[in-house]
Design a protein around this ligand. Structure first.
Ligand code: B12
Length: 309
């Protein structure tokens, strides 16, 4: 994620020449995507997919909505530039300043009464809009999220070491994952919701009605580990067109599935892992070796050094 550092200057200032030099306001949008647990949508068996990725890719959906807002402002004579992830904008910090919610100790933007399962988008504009009051943090003494992180990625409140975050490891990280982290990743195969699942603000969240939910999944994921391991790049891209899962690619997802099988403690997965030792990608083959050792040793997930022979 070097691009984060490369764009730090623009990120820190929406009036940077690379954004909107005469900007006066930032409009922030939070789009809820909460949904109840649904095994058919949760991922390949066994494996868990983060909620945000169960449905349609939010980039596409939110982008279309923000473009309309951008057009409205431009038609009214203002400069405007929308962003959903792709442009260098501190979306969460702006959401807090705009009073949409507050940044929780888990770094996520929490909207009281709605929860943290919201996507964020912004429009930076030269329009002079009346600002809302920033929302003060409301986590109090609660540290459930910090304690729930399976890989201990939080260095403290609001401080995430992304290199240990399961979301980063499963989606962004190429190549092998450190064996001690593999053993702690549990059954997450794409993203992670551990620090949001325990948040008291998410206990009262209400999923949007299916007919007014633009992110609603078009089809259940319902994929077996075997099917994923056998999938080539092109088939993978076609299968996950329009889904956030497309980003990881076939090899990374196969690597993640193999890690989850190794953490399952279920020896019925030994044959699939044996097969994965012959996978076309070295990173999957190597992860399979370590996963086999974890399963063979009968180690439950999250214990010991996976490299012990
Ligand atoms: C890179 C990235 C990641 C990385 C790094 C995450 C991180 N904590 O930074 C990884 C891959 C790990 C990741 C994971 C996830 N992500 Co992400 N991610 C982003 C992305 C593209 C950039 C974030 C960023 O700039 N990080 C750098 C840090 C420094 O900034 P920050 O934590 O966002 O905000 C802090 C700074 O702004 C600072 N700050 C405030 N004022 C100022 C001023 C200055 C000058 C400076 C320097 C800093 C500063 O305080 C803020 C709060 O701590 C954003 C989209 C965007 N453009 O913002 C989505 C985004 C943050 N991710 C999102 C989501 C959904 C997730 C996951 C929940 C996905 C999942 N289920 O697996 C996890 C959650 C992990 C977590 N607990 O944070 C949503 C968050 C929605 C929400 N309710 O908060 C976003 C906003 C995408 C979107 N458009 O909806 N993500």
């Amino acid at each position: 994620m070097e691009w984060l550092a490369e764009t730090a200057e623009v990120r820190a200032d929406p009036r940077h020449p690379g954004m909107v030099p005469r900007a006066r306001s930032v409009l922030v949008v939070a789009a809820p995507y909460a949904r109840p647990n649904d095994p058919a949508r949760m991922g390949p068996s066994p494996g868990r997919v983060a909620r945000y990725a169960w449905g349609r890719d939010y980039h596409n959906v939110l982008r279309r909505q923000l473009r309309k807002l951008e057009r409205m402002l431009r038609e009214a004579g203002h400069e405007a530039r929308y962003s959903v992830d792709a442009r260098p904008v501190f979306e969460r910090a702006w959401a807090q300043r705009a009073g949409v919610g507050f940044v929780g100790k888990n770094c996520c933007l929490i909207v009281p009464g709605v929860g943290s399962h919201v996507f964020l988008g912004t429009v930076v504009t030269t329009a002079e809009l009346e600002p809302d009051e920033p929302m003060a943090p409301r986590c109090g003494r609660c540290t459930l999220c910090l304690d729930a992180c399976p890989t201990g990625a939080f260095l403290g409140p609001h401080r995430l070491d992304a290199r240990r975050c399961v979301s980063y490891l499963t989606i962004e990280h190429e190549g092998a994952i450190a064996p001690e982290l593999e053993a702690q990743m549990g059954d997450w195969v794409f993203g992670c919701d551990a620090c949001q699942d325990v948040c008291p603000y998410n206990r009262t969240e209400r999923p949007p009605a299916p007919d007014s939910d633009p992110y609603a999944p078009s089809a259940p994921l319902e994929l077996s580990a075997e099917a994923l391991l056998a999938m080539g790049d092109e088939t993978y891209r076609e299968r996950f067109e329009g889904s956030p899962l497309r980003r990881a690619g076939a090899t990374r997802l196969a690597r993640n599935v193999v890690i989850a099988l190794g953490n399952s403690g279920d020896r019925r997965h030994l044959p699939v892992l044996e097969e994965a030792r012959h996978h076309r990608a070295p990173v999957v083959r190597e992860a399979a070796e370590r996963a086999l050792r974890r399963l063979d040793a009968g180690e439950p997930a999250r214990t010991g050094d996976a490299d012990d022979r």
